[in-house]
Design a protein around this ligand. Structure first.
Ligand code: SAM
Length: 261
């Protein structure tokens, strides 16, 4: 997103919040996050009972609310955009009670007082403009996690080739000014992401930045994470729209990360 929040209102961010609530690929992302990433950390009742959770780049709180609904004891959502945090606190977007929100830039945030059992970041790393910025984000996460605790994140897919850039059928395209060298892009390459509404009309565009899978793996290792795992987009085998999502699974625009301290 751009950071043009001075007037207290940013059209791009507001549009993104709308897109998040309506986009056609949401069932696949929901299944991937809940069934392929979070599930292994839930208790026998399928909950995060007693857990302290931190949701970074929380935007208007879409996933923060889903995490809160899993019964964690405390949840804090952080986003650098005052517009997004204002939306997150707005009851128009469902109940925001019992969720704490903070406006802050993850790259330069001093350590918080207490550690967390689970840290999530859905589309944070895509905003690191340099590998040093990526390192700062991952360092902050590591410092805030309790011992042997887990980080779960989603980013624009960096493991596939150029085919995954055109997902117009699913409401998202990504473009780069640089030509691809085979399927490779240099680190820090700017990616213009455009989101489309259900009528196939552009809703908003913003810049993300590419880092290779190796860079991600190295950064997590350098910071001290013991494990790092890529989690591909997956569709619920019982989804009646499974056939519609086949191309999305083959050329997924996003990918998950699970890393343990
Ligand atoms: C694509 S939105 C995703 C929001 C939310 N996680 C979701 O999936 O609905 C990315 C968010 O990252 C936030 N963001 C980008 N860089 C950030 C940073 N350095 N610190 C905190 N938030 C950041 C933006 O303000 C924006 O709200």
């Amino acid at each position: 997103m751009n950071n043009n929040d001075q007037d207290g209102y940013d059209e791009t961010l507001y549009k993104f919040a709308e897109y998040r609530e309506t986009n056609v690929r949401q069932p696949v992302e929901h299944y991937t996050i809940h069934n392929c990433m979070l599930k292994q950390f839930l208790d026998k009742d399928g909950l995060l009972t007693g857990k302290r959770v931190l949701d970074l780049a929380c935007g208007h709180g879409y996933y923060t609310r889903e995490l809160k609904a899993l019964g964690c004891s405390y949840i804090l959502g952080i986003d650098e955009s005052p517009t997004m945090i204002a939306l997150a606190r707005d009851s128009k977007w469902h109940c925001s009670e019992d969720i704490e929100y903070m406006v802050a830039d993850v790259k330069s945030l001093p350590p918080l007082q207490s550690s967390f059992d689970l840290i999530t970041a859905f589309y944070l790393f895509d905003y690191a403009q340099t590998s040093d910025e990526l390192l700062s984000m991952v360092r902050f996460i590591y410092a805030q996690l309790g011992e042997s605790k887990t980080f779960i994140g989603v980013i624009g897919n960096v493991t596939g080739g150029k085919d995954m850039f055109n997902n117009r059928k699913y409401g998202i395209t990504r473009e780069t000014k640089l030509p691809f060298d085979g399927d490779l892009l240099p680190d820090s390459t700017e990616i213009i992401v455009t989101m489309y509404d259900t009528q196939d009309m552009p809703m908003c565009s913003f810049s993300n930045y590419h880092y290779s899978p190796t860079t991600y793996e190295q950064v997590f290792k350098e910071v001290g994470f013991k494990t790092f795992q890529w989690v591909p987009y997956q569709c619920d085998p019982n989804d009646p729209n499974g056939t519609f999502f086949e191309d999305l699974i083959h050329n997924a625009p996003s990918i998950g990360i699970i890393a343990t301290k």
